[in-house]
Design a protein around this ligand. Structure first.
Ligand code: ADP
Ligand code: MG
Length: 236
C-alpha cells in the first residue's frame, strides 16, 4: 500500500492540527464490526473515500474535526460510522434524549442522512429520528418520546422543539454540524448557537462544510476544541 503521505498526495488531502493519525486506506484497516463491513460491501463500496479515510481515524480518537470537502465525497458515513461506535461505548438510554445530534440545513438532506443512518446502523441496532419544518410537530414529538439514539434535525425545527422543552439535549456528546456553510447562508446561525448552548460542552464536535469562508471559521473557533482540519482538494 501507499505510505500515509503518498496516499494524502494522491487524493489531495491536506491536514492540520497536532498528532494527526494516518488515513485508513482500506476498509479492513478500519476495524469496523464485520456486519457493518458486510453492509458497506453490499452497497458496492470498494474503499473508503478520501474524506472517510482521513476523518475516520481522527473521529474514532474522539477528536474534534473540521472537514472541508465538496458535495458527493462521502461525508455522511464519515461522521455516522464513528457516531455508531460512540453510541456503543456511551450506552445511554435513548428515552432520556439523543446521544448523537446531527444538524443539517434542509428536510431533504436530513431525511437522506436518516436513511443512511438506518441502513448502515441496522446491525448496530441504532434508532434515529428526523426533525424538520414544513410538517406537523405532533408525529415528530411522538417519535422523540419513543427515544432516539440519533436525532437528525434542521436548526429551525429543533430550536422550536427545544423552546417547547420537548427535547432533552443534555445527553448529547457527539455533535455534527453538516453543511455548516449552507446552514449559515440560510440564516440559521442564531438557532445553531441556541441549540449548541443546550448541549454539554464535554462532547465531540464534527463540522463538515463544502467551503471555508470567515463565517464558518468563526463557528469552528467558537465551538470546536483543538480540532484537526482535513481538506480535500483546494480550499480557499
Ligand atoms: P457528501 O455528504 O459529501 O455530499 P454523501 O455522504 O451524500 O456525500 O455520499 C455521496 C454518495 O457516495 C452516496 O450515495 C453514498 O452512499 C456514496 N458513498 C459513501 N461512501 C462511499 C464509498 N466509500 N465508496 C463509494 N460510494 C460511497
Ligand atoms: Mg452531505
Amino acid at each position: 500500500g501507499l505510505s500515509p503521505d503518498d496516499y494524502r498526495r494522491k487524493h489531495e488531502i491536506t491536514v492540520s492540527g497536532n498528532n494527526v493519525p494516518p488515513p485508513f486506506t482500506s476498509f479492513e484497516e478500519t476495524g469496523f464490526p464485520s456486519e457493518l463491513l458486510r453492509e458497506v460491501l453490499r452497497a458496492g463500496f470498494t474503499a473508503p473515500t478520501p474524506i472517510q479515510a482521513q476523518s475516520w481515524p481522527i473521529a474514532l480518537r474522539s477528536r474534534d474535526i473540521v472537514a472541508v470537502a465538496k458535495t458527493g465525497s462521502g461525508k455522511t458515513l464519515g461522521y455516522l460510522i464513528p457516531g455508531f461506535r460512540h453510541l456503543k461505548v456511551t450506552c445511554n438510554n435513548s428515552k432520556m434524549g439523543p446521544t448523537v445530534l446531527v444538524l443539517s440545513p434542509t428536510r431533504e438532506l436530513a431525511t437522506q442522512i436518516q436513511d443512511e443512518a438506518l441502513k448502515f446502523g441496522k446491525s448496530s441496532k441504532i434508532s434515529c429520528t428526523c426533525l424538520y419544518g414544513g410538517a406537523p410537530k405532533g408525529p415528530q414529538l411522538r417519535e422523540l418520546e419513543h427515544g432516539a439514539d440519533i436525532v437528525v434535525a434542521t436548526p429551525g425545527r429543533l430550536n422550536d422543539i427545544l423552546e417547547m422543552k420537548k427535547v432533552n439535549l443534555s445527553q448529547v456528546s457527539y455533535l455534527v454540524l453538516d453543511e455548516a456553510d449552507r446552514m449559515l447562508d440560510m440564516g440559521f446561525e442564531p438557532q445553531i448557537r441556541k441549540i449548541i448552548s443546550a448541549v454539554p460542552t464535554r462532547r465531540q464536535t464534527l463540522m463538515y462544510t463544502a467551503t471555508w469562508p470567515k463565517e464558518v471559521r468563526k463557528i469552528a473557533a467558537d465551538f470546536l476544541v483543538n480540532p484537526v482540519q482535513v481538506n480535500i482538494g483546494n480550499v480557499d
